[in-house]
Design a protein around this ligand. Structure first.
Ligand code: SAM
Ligand code: SF4
Ligand code: SF4
Length: 329
């Protein structure tokens, strides 16, 4: 089985692995973990460094070259830098990205860069400190923004902000975000709120389509960048007067899944074929020894045949996803 052999029945190729390293989090975002993280009794431990090494080795031999570390909050893991260093020693990995709520970014940005992270995505749904506290349970917006400045100064290849669009909360903040990125090389990605088992009510109350935002941006002279062959489902927009850019992630839009290029692994080693799939396929038993690699590759390959063409969100089905914190969003 050679490189680039991860292709599903619909001709989509998978180059991008989203690896959750913990399901724990210290924030309580209303659309993700509204009651905060609670470890369930008898819950399995997160993958060890050795298990992650075996996993990444198999996936890269199947053609994956971009790895995103996510969670829960990945910076809560004490051995995060060791994980990153170990992954960056695998020469087939061309890009290591990190998704974080940013609470330790100011202190950690330098170490993360040195260890091998080249792209950071920080969740900042609002630039208003009071609203930020209400949405996340954290009073740390100023420090998080300083962490983003530190990441820019350190020359990360890409610094992105993820902002979940919500009716009656941050929907009026477009102008604020735009003035913030006028002189900062940061991409703000507006993500449409998605339903999960724990947050159905929040979804019903606050879901907002991103299309009106797109129209507003087009009217203000923003243009949609052409899509590269390895690009995922986000729409990227740029404007000559702005150093930063805008991304829109609109899962309800037509053909959103046609460019799906990613697979997900839960913190306990479950392969999730789609964010909205009905379940995970545990790979953990195949991560115990490096000698299991061929078996592991074979298993991943055949599981990929089960990947469906799209999600079923318009039909009101979102799989058994209770919260994105268990699978990294
Ligand atoms: N804790 C890190 C963070 O917040 O960036 C990484 C994990 S978090 C689950 C990954 C992404 O999922 C975040 O950008 C978050 O905003 C997004 N997310 C979580 N729940 C969501 C929901 N119901 N709808 C849309 N995006 C969601
Ligand atoms: Fe934690 Fe990220 Fe979920 Fe917020 S979105 S609760 S920071 S895992
Ligand atoms: Fe891929 Fe599923 Fe996301 Fe569609 S919803 S882009 S199929 S992971």
């Amino acid at each position: 089985m050679g490189a680039n052999s991860l292709e599903d029945s619909f001709g989509r190729r998978f180059s991008y692995l989203r690896l959750s390293v913990t399901d724990a989090c210290n924030f309580r975002c209303v659309y993700c973990l509204p009651n905060g993280y609670q470890r369930s009794e008898g819950a399995e431990d997160h993958l060890s460094l050795a298990e992650i090494r075996n996993l990444v080795s198999a996936f890269t031999e199947l053609g994956m070259w971009k790895i995103r570390l996510t969670g829960g909050e990945p910076t809560l893991r004490r051995d995060l830098l060791e994980i990153i260093t170990m992954i960056s020693e695998n020469t087939a990995v061309k890009k290591i990205a990190l998704s974080t709520n940013g609470y330790r970014l100011k202190q950690m940005a330098g170490e993360l860069r040195l260890a091998g992270v080249s792209a950071v995505n920080v969740s900042v749904d609002t630039l208003n400190a009071q609203r930020f506290s209400a949405l996340t349970g954290s009073g740390q917006l100023p420090e998080i923004l300083e962490g983003i400045e530190a990441a820019i100064a350190l020359g990360f290849e890409s610094v992105k902000i993820n902002a979940v669009l919500m009716k009656d909360t941050n929907e009026s903040e477009l102008a604020l975000f735009l003035s913030w990125i006028r002189r900062r090389p940061v991409s703000v990605r507006f993500i449409e709120l998605m339903p999960t088992g724990q947050t159905e009510a929040v979804f019903k109350k606050h879901h907002l389509q991103s299309n009106p935002l797109r129209m507003q941006l087009l009217e203000q002279g923003w243009t949609i960048k052409p899509r590269g062959p390895a690009d995922g489902p986000a729409i990227e927009m740029s404007h000559p007067d702005f150093q930063g850019s805008i991304g829109l992630i609109a899962p309800y839009s037509t053909d959103f899944c046609a460019t799906c290029n990613r697979l997900r692994i839960s913190s306990t080693g479950g392969l999730r074929l789609c964010l909205f799939a009905e379940g995970n396929h545990s790979l953990r038993h195949l991560l115990q020894r490096s000698s299991q690699k061929e078996d592991l590759k074979q298993t991943i390959h055949s599981l990929l045949n089960k990947k469906e063409v799209s999600h079923y969100l318009p039909e009101g089905r979102y799989g058994n996803n209770q919260t994105f914190s268990s699978i990294g969003g």
